[in-house]
Design a binder for this molecule. Structure first.
Ligand code: ADP
Ligand code: MG
Length: 679
């Protein structure tokens, strides 16, 4: 029964079936202490009178308890027979329950009662745990309290050796944490609230710490066991480009990340790195320099983008940058014509193509490289393990993989969800950027918003107007978009103005043409759905209007906004909403108007939505902590991470005596840990 209803199989499961809350019966109050504000109270006294009142459905048992200060009424509507049997007038009881007032008189209905024996005369010496139960169990009289009794029995029979320590003693000492045994007993039956809190803290730390140890072991194992191609030198291509064709000075963050990648790819193990850089932080040039590094060492590279538009744009940008360099660059997407495709496939196979840019088309089996050494996955942190494996198959020694994303993933989340990847951050924007000014406007101010766009167009700038097509197939929002387009046309009549439109239902070729017209400044306004979301780079665009902004999530708003503010001109983002906006949406809009920092936004997003809803982490499993929360226990997570690193830095195999209990514990949890490394 317990097993089926609550998933409780063993002592251990019972041990980990934590109480919902505790009831404080450590204090005995006087009846005269009761005020209208009193919620729960425990009193001790003599039962003076027990009486059955009313008939049938109105039947109730009323008793009176008396202490030195007064009388209190106790009432039962159910279980009357049973209570009648145990309640002996003239005897002393401890009574606990929620106080209510009836005709101005305090009473407790369905109080918890027990004989006042020597042991509990002045109340309990510990806090009483209340456990979650289920409706079904309750009908079998196995309520939270019964589970508590089972747990208490169990706890009285286990000792230190049954709940062995798994955190190194020096860490416990440094953080003043409870032992594992004490934590498990005090989370159930603590003497004080402080003890309970310390028990919880210890167990939360343990969850984070073990998760971190596991993730970091996985990474270390990869470093140790995987074979990777070695980029041993920085050669002519890299150096030539760097000194002669780099259009700007790299930011400190860009230099640092390139150095990290350079070091990592020279080790002989396969690199698996996540590069997080806020929108506009300049990830593309980092990718290019890395691909040149690969070419210098005789290896081919590929760079994969989530959409045709983006792949095309990367291709155009890189072609321009490399136009005077002896580097062969090609584009492969779903719409590449058969003849061109054939040529490209041949060029990849014979090694004459150095860099392939494309969409998912590049990971199809038919695409075979001569010697692929470096793969870049742009703007898709959801690019999963299975897809990465498809890249590995493309070479005998798996290529290095760099996953780049501007989707702000909070550091704390990245630390847990992607802790097995190496991780680089670019937290610096190129110099000269003016922060985007973001404002919220109601629908009724539309005309003045449109006038503002006109002013910007007068200054030779361009504007985006974004519609929320959540599902590209959704008919309704498609109609909204078309209606919006007509409306925009009426504000901006031809021939004075010209407008491009892009949406997901459009054939790829047409999308590209329309996009290209906007990129070339043949059009002033881009009306679009969120297909524009990632990566697109039109530095001359200075305004973005987001229609129905309340329908977007925070990280999507931030991504969209990142399409402006990419040049040196001051840029604006206008969030348009109807007059009715939910509190949540209002909060999102407020955050958007107050900061441009993707990491701050990511943290807020995490707070508002919880980790379960953050993209790409849902199935990762590593976030399933019983007690700990990566939102509320951030500090503890940081501590756990640092201590885990410290442990593994000094003792990668957990061979030291001080780490024996930890190792023992991990070994006993087969399957959860990359334990081949430590066995
Ligand atoms: P993202 O990280 O969002 O992919 P991009 O690589 O598209 O950003 O770069 C955004 C813009 O910033 C591009 O126009 C790019 O040329 C420019 N850029 C990148 N790095 C620098 C830099 N160090 N100094 C000046 N401009 C830069
Ligand atoms: Mg980009």
């Amino acid at each position: 029964m317990l097993k089926k209803e609550l998933g409780i199989f063993t002592f251990r499961d019972l041990l980990e079936h934590f109480p919902l809350r505790h009831v404080d019966k450590t204090v005995v109050n006087k009846i005269a202490d009761i005020t209208p504000q009193t919620e729960f109270i425990q009193v001790a006294g003599t039962i003076t009178n027990v009486e059955l009142i009313g008939e049938r459905r109105a039947k109730r048992l009323v008793a009176e308890i008396k202490d030195s200060t007064g009388y209190l009424e106790l009432v039962w509507f159910q279980g009357i027979n049973w209570v009648q049997k145990i309640l002996q007038p003239g005897s002393d009881y401890l009574v606990y329950g929620r106080v209510s007032f009836f005709n101005g008189q305090p009473q407790i209905s369905h109080p918890e009662i027990e004989m006042r024996t020597e042991a509990v005369a002045d109340g309990k010496s510990f806090l009483e745990p209340i456990y979650p139960s289920t409706e079904k169990l309750k009908t079998r009289a196995l309520n939270g309290r019964q589970i508590g009794k089972l747990t208490a029995v169990m706890l009285s029979q286990v000792s230190e050796k049954d709940i062995p320590e798994n955190i190194p003693a020096y860490i416990l000492a440094k953080l003043k944490l409870f032992s594992r045994y004490k934590a498990f007993s005090d989370i159930h039956i603590p003497k004080t609230i402080e003890d309970y809190e310390n028990a919880v803290k210890r167990l939360k730390f343990e969850e984070f710490f073990l998760a971190q140890i596991r993730l970091q072991l996985t990474r270390l194992r990869r470093h140790r066991n995987s074979k990777g191609v070695v980029f041993e030198k920085v050669g002519d291509l890299f150096n030539n480009f760097y000194s002669n064709y780099l259009p700007f000075e790299l930011t400190g963050a860009q230099k640092r990340v390139i150095k990290e990648i350079r070091t990592d790819t020279a080790q002989g193990h396969q690199m698996n790195r996540l590069l997080q850089g806020d929108v506009g932080s300049g990830k593309t040039i980092v990718a290019l320099l890395c691909m040149l590094l690969a070419a210098d060492n005789g290896y081919q590279s590929c760079m994969m983008a989530p959409t045709e538009i983006l792949a095309q744009q990367h291709y155009n940008g890189l072609t321009e940058l490399l136009k005077d360099m002896p580097v062969q660059l090609k584009l492969l997407t779903g719409s590449t014509k058969a003849a061109a495709r054939k040529k490209i496939l041949a060029g990849l196979a014979d090694g004459s193509i150095n860099i392939l840019v494309g969409t998912h088309a590049v990971i199809e089996d038919i695409v075979q490289f001569q010697n692929l050494g470096f793969s870049i996955v742009d703007e898709q942190h959801r690019f999963g393990v299975a897809q990465r494996a498809q890249l590995w198959k493309k070479a005998t020694i798996p290529p290095h993989i760099l996953v780049m994303t501007a989707t702000p993933i909070p550091r704390t989340l990245a630390m847990t969800a992607y802790g097995d990847l190496d991780y680089s951050v670019m937290d610096e924007l190129p110099p000269g950027r003016k922060p985007i000014q973001t404002v919220h406007r109601y629908e009724m101010k539309r005309a003045s918003v449109m006038d503002f766009i006109k002013e910007e167009i007068e200054k030779r700038r361009q504007a985006y107007i974004i519609y929320p097509l959540i599902e590209e197939s959704e008919k309704l929002s498609y109609e909204d978009l078309m209606q919006g387009y007509e409306q925009v046309k009426s504000y901006f009549p031809e021939p004075k103005y010209s407008i491009s439109m892009v949406h997901g239902r459009m054939p790829a070729a047409q999308k590209d043409v329309n996009m290209q017209r906007f990129v070339n400044h043949d059009t002033n306004i881009m009306v679009s759905t969120t297909v524009i979301e990632v990566g697109v780079n039109v530095p001359n665009a200075s305004v973005m209007v987001i229609e129905s902004a309340e329908k977007f999530g925070l990280s999507q708003l931030h991504q969209l906004r990142g399409r402006v503010g990419r040049g040196s001109e001051k840029s604006y983002c206008i969030l348009l909403t109807g007059s009715k906006v939910s509190n949540d949406a209002r909060e999102r809009i407020k955050i958007m108007c107050s900061t441009n920092d993707g990491f701050v936004i990511a943290e807020k997003d995490l707070e508002l939505r919880g980790p379960g809803d953050i993209e790409g982490t849902r199935q990762s499993g590593v976030l399933n902590f019983k007690l700990a929360s990566i939102v509320n226990d951030k500090d503890l997570l940081d501590l756990a991470k640092n201590f885990a690193s410290e442990v593994l830095e000094t003792d990668e195999d957990l061979a030291k005596e001080v780490h024996a209990p930890l190792k023992q514990f991990l070994l006993s949890q087969k399957g959860k840990t990359a334990w081949s490394l430590i066995s």
